[in-house]
Write a protein that binds this ligand. Structure first.
Ligand code: AGP
Length: 373
């Protein structure tokens, strides 16, 4: 064990708690002042010579697996908004199973913490054969994906040892937000929006420090869920990815069935599962989807759903009128809210695992890096 756990009992715990620092490192040297003005812009050395080509792409395709796929999903809306280019999502194995069309004027972004995931590497080979511009977003300098892509960005989150990816997820989202800012940098109509996001990026480590204070609260929540068979997570918009990623963490380490559900799909099936016993986390932080999530909460309550609501600080009364447990998180600009929102769910998964007596850093049947198909 070359990297020590320091004061922590497990690597996953250490990696969750070091996110203010890992995010700072991810952004270091990349948010720079524009000439003599007060404005800041994004400089991504590994991408700058390819930005023109990317701006001319027919579409951007994200490819990844597991947590890396979820991170890309969280970043998709900001890419669509700032770049004005269609963005599609592909799970690496599924793209290969379908032999989906890939074009010469596609930009394909491969997202992988390890840079060695076999499915993602195979998809990269396939995209290269089809002539697309291949961009790598990895955490491992010199990894196969970093070496085989035309250009890319390292997330610089530091070594991640726990099989459950935590700090890499948040750094991946931040890097992809910076990629969106860099691609969209020429647009006058989004200049103010971009400035607001850059400002929020600078405040992000502080917000993560705040949200980490929920540790004890999440331990208590874990205690109340310790014997459950299943836990659902409902999200939408920017936080659909948060629901998927929160559920992935719970199933992977706490060995509890958990499913992330797109709240907009609730009436198309999942609503049948709702009763007074099944716990459901509803993510209802402030963004353009807030009022829709309020209505989801009302509909779940009308069916006596057992809710745990994640909301923005100060919104507890507004979201559930004191009738259910709430997880209150600090507010930040919409596209970075998933970075804040995932932290309590990482803590919840961690505490559930410890309380249920499972192996936190080496969950059964799983490997950190999946190097075979
Ligand atoms: C995350 O907690 C998982 N261990 C897993 O889903 C992982 O994200 C996936 O295997 C992809 O790995 P990569 O990022 O190294 O490509």
């Amino acid at each position: 064990e070359q990297i020590s756990k320091g004061k922590y009992e497990h690597y996953m715990q250490k990696e969750i708690h070091e996110q203010p620092e890992s995010l700072t490192t991810t952004m270091r040297g990349r948010l720079i002042r524009d000439g003599s003005s007060k404005r800041k812009s994004v400089l991504l050395g590994g991408l700058k010579d390819h930005l023109k080509t990317i701006r001319r792409s027919r579409r951007i395709v994200f490819i990844g697996c597991g947590t890396s796929y979820n991170a890309a999903l969280a970043a998709r809306p900001i890419l669509e908004e700032l770049c004005g280019i269609p963005v599609t999502m592909e799970i690496a194995s599924d793209l290969l199973d379908r032999q989906a069309p890939v074009y010469r004027d596609d930009t394909i972004i491969f997202v992988s913490q390890s840079g060695e995931t076999a499915d993602t590497l195979n998809a990269l080979e396939y995209a290269q054969e089809n002539g697309a511009l291949c961009v790598g977003i990895t955490n491992t300098v010199g990894s196969s994906i970093a070496r085989s892509t035309h250009c890319g960005v390292h997330i610089n989150a530091g070594s991640e040892i726990g099989v459950a990816s935590t700090k890499a997820y948040t750094s991946q989202i931040v890097v992809m937000a910076m990629v969106a800012l860099a691609i969209g940098a020429d647009s006058i109509s989004t200049a103010q929006r971009r400035e607001g996001i850059i400002e929020s990026l600078l405040n992000l480590p502080g917000k993560i420090r705040e949200v980490l204070k929920l540790d004890e609260e999440m331990k208590d929540l874990a205690r109340s869920l310790i014997s459950e068979q299943s836990l659902l997570m409902f999200g939408r918009g920017y936080n659909y990815a948060t629901a998927l990623e929160g559920a992935l963490k719970v199933k992977e380490v706490a060995l509890m069935h958990s499913e992330g559900i797109l709240a907009g799909e609730m009436k198309h099936g999942p609503l049948a599962l709702v009763d007074e016993n099944l716990p459901i986390v509803v993510i209802a932080t402030r963004d353009q989807c807030f009022s829709k999530q309020q209505s989801v909460i009302q509909q779940l309550k009308a069916r006596k759903g057992r809710l745990i609501v994640m909301c923005t600080e100060g919104d507890a009364e507004a979201v559930c009128g004191g009738s259910c447990p709430v997880i209150e998180v600090p507010h930040i600009v919409d596209c970075l809210q998933p970075v804040v929102n995932i932290v309590p769910l990482q803590l919840l998964a961690y505490h559930l695992t410890v309380l249920r007596g499972y192996n936190v850093d080496q969950p059964r049947n799983l490997a950190k890096s999946v190097t075979t198909e």
